[in-house]
Write a protein that binds this ligand. Structure first.
Ligand SMILES: Cc1cc2nc3c(=O)[nH]c(=O)nc-3n(C[C@H](O)[C@H](O)[C@H](O)COP(=O)(O)OP(=O)(O)OC[C@H]3O[C@@H](n4cnc5c(N)ncnc54)[C@H](O)[C@@H]3O)c2cc1C
Length: 498
């Protein structure tokens, strides 16, 4: 069955009908409407997989990674099938603040401390090029995704961070990111580094536009959870509730690799980022602002000038706090200290995975066999997904790619990354033990499956007080209150205790 075309009709206006509602719920004690502005529009519902199918490539996941991989491979004549558990772009991509920039906050300084400069130079150039490539993709596909070109700024958040701000500029220049030092206007008023010609988008509309441009060489399915990926004599068999897809090549664009041949569940650390859409009382200077120190806020306009803004800053490990509503309160307080009283229009959060050496895992999975993956973007997946699509498409075609080795999923952890790796996994071990020792009453919620075991590795799940979800503190799986999987690595739903 061919997929219906998806109109790129997303915008930030509530249209009243949601074919597939946001997973987060409005909870008392959190300001504003619940949910991402990018997911409020109607869009055509794609079919659910039914029966046995064949393809050249099966792609698990319809976020920005899945969409861009599908575009690259279908352009090279491969028949691709994209299988999405919920709606296209409804995962991390649809909750992104979608600043498409190679600036990546303070990451470059850390990367230079852990990796050779020539490799980080190559990685930086790939991310710079990705900004232009994403913009071109939006234009070529005619995608109406609110794309705006504007500068990105890294700015010192207070006097203390202003003192050693030069080190961040030096790191950026050293890896080849062409920033220039500028004085920032109010309300930032501290030294800043400006990177011109970066981009912001509505990420859900971007994905919808890319997918709708693929034509008949791609089959797209929604509400189609892949329950397992089985290796067979002739490739990969994706098992779904209503059918299956057989293909010689499989790509896990599923955020948490479901067929884990590399122990990735212990090498990916899920951190939730909290976001507010705000209406400031005074105009803010146009641009995408990333503070270092101080309130540590990032700010971008939602769309044009004079409208609302999107603010984020707080980040915590999934399931690591008793009351997630406090994180929103802290974020609102930070915004108020910085900008004065604001109206909070919306709030939302979700997680992205971090890695111990600061680089993503992109390429063929350990053990090979034409199984590919891309994850571990650490909050900067808008450019990394573009690079990932190019690496994976080249690998599928047997072409060399200069960046592939730097982010290979088979790379060994360097000495510098052993300490963070051990620390994150000690957290998991503690969660596993204490979760099983504590009474479930602290974790549970009477009207949900919270407190029951995660279907991934059996850790005790926790009620998320701000989103109304059931979260696993060990590896970041998240479920609806009824136990249905929202985010992996879990593939199966939690059955409610009788
Ligand atoms: C709050 C927040 C703000 C961010 N802001 C920025 C930013 O400003 N700039 C930037 O560059 N990056 C940002 N990021 C990071 C960026 O959004 C992510 O790195 C990126 O969207 C990840 O895309 P993805 O396609 O890999 O994953 P996802 O978008 O999560 O896509 C994976 C898809 O796979 C589906 N799936 C999973 N398992 C299965 C299965 N078994 N069967 C079928 N489907 C499955 C999921 O439903 C999901 O739709 C932000 C992240 C967060 C959390």
């Amino acid at each position: 069955m061919r997929a219906a075309a998806m109109p790129a009709t997303h915008d930030s206006v509530w249209k009243g009908t949601l074919m597939h509602p946001e997973y987060i719920e409005a909870m008392e004690g959190v300001s504003g409407l619940a949910g991402s502005p990018w997911l409020t529009s109607e869009s055509t519902v794609l079919p659910t997989l039914d029966g046995a199918h064949e393809a050249d490539v099966v792609i698990v996941g319809g976020g920005i990674t899945g969409a861009l991989v599908a575009r690259r491979l279908s352009a090279r004549g491969r028949h691709v099938v994209v299988l999405e558990r919920r709606r296209m772009a409804s995962g991390t991509t649809g909750h992104s603040t979608a600043k498409v920039t190679a600036l990546h906050g303070t990451a470059w300084r850390g990367l230079l401390g852990a990796h050779p400069r020539d490799k980080m130079h190559a990685w930086a150039l790939a991310n710079l090029a990705a900004v232009d490539e994403l913009s071109n993709t939006a234009r070529v596909t005619g995608t109406t995704c609110g794309l705006r070109t504007l500068p990105a700024y890294l700015v010192a958040g207070d006097a203390t961070s202003a003192q050693n701000f030069g080190e961040h500029i030096a790191a950026l220049v050293s890896v080849g990111i062409p920033v220039s030092a500028v004085d920032s206007p109010d309300p930032f008023s501290n030294p800043a580094a400006e990177l011109p010609r970066q981009v912001m988008i509505d990420p859900a509309a971007f994905v919808a536009g890319v997918l709708s441009s693929l034509g008949p060489i791609a089959d797209l399915y929604e509400d189609t959870a892949v329950r397992s990926l089985e290796h067979t004599d002739d490739g990969w068999l994706a098992h779904c509730d209503g059918g299956s897809v057989r293909a010689p090549i499989a790509v896990m664009a599923d955020h948490s690799p479901m067929h884990d041949t590399g122990g990735f569940f212990g090498r990916l650390f899920p951190y939730t980022h909290y976001v507010l859409e705000i209406a400031p009382r005074t105009a803010l200077p146009d641009g995408m602002w990333l503070q270092v120190g101080g309130e540590n806020l990032t700010l971008r306009p939602t769309s044009g000038q004079g409208g609302t803004w999107i603010a984020s800053g707080q980040r915590v490990r999934v399931g690591s706090v008793d009351d997630e509503r406090e994180i929103y309160t802290q974020l609102e307080e930070s915004v108020t200290r910085m900008l004065g009283k604001v109206e909070v229009v919306r709030h939302w959060s979700t997680h992205d995975h971090e890695t111990s050496d600061g680089l993503p895992f992109i390429g063929e999975a350990p053990l090979g066999r034409n199984l590919f993956l891309a994850t571990g973007y650490a909050g900067w997946g808008m450019t990394k997904s573009v690079v990932a699509a190019s690496i994976i498409a080249d690998a599928v075609e047997g072409r060399s790619n200069a960046i592939a080795e730097i982010v290979s999923p088979s790379r060994l952890p360097g000495l510098n990354s052993l300490v963070p790796l051990a620390g994150e996994n000690a957290t998991v071990g503690r969660e596993f033990i204490t979760g099983h020792l504590t009474s479930t009453s602290k974790l549970a919620h009477s009207d949900s499956v919270a407190g029951q075991a995660c279907t991934h590795l059996g850790c005790e799940t926790k009620w998320n007080t701000a989103e109304g979800t059931v979260d696993c503190p060990c590896h970041g799986s998240r479920f609806g209150r009824d136990g249905s999987v929202i985010y992996g690595p879990a593939s199966n739903d939690i059955e409610a205790d009788a």
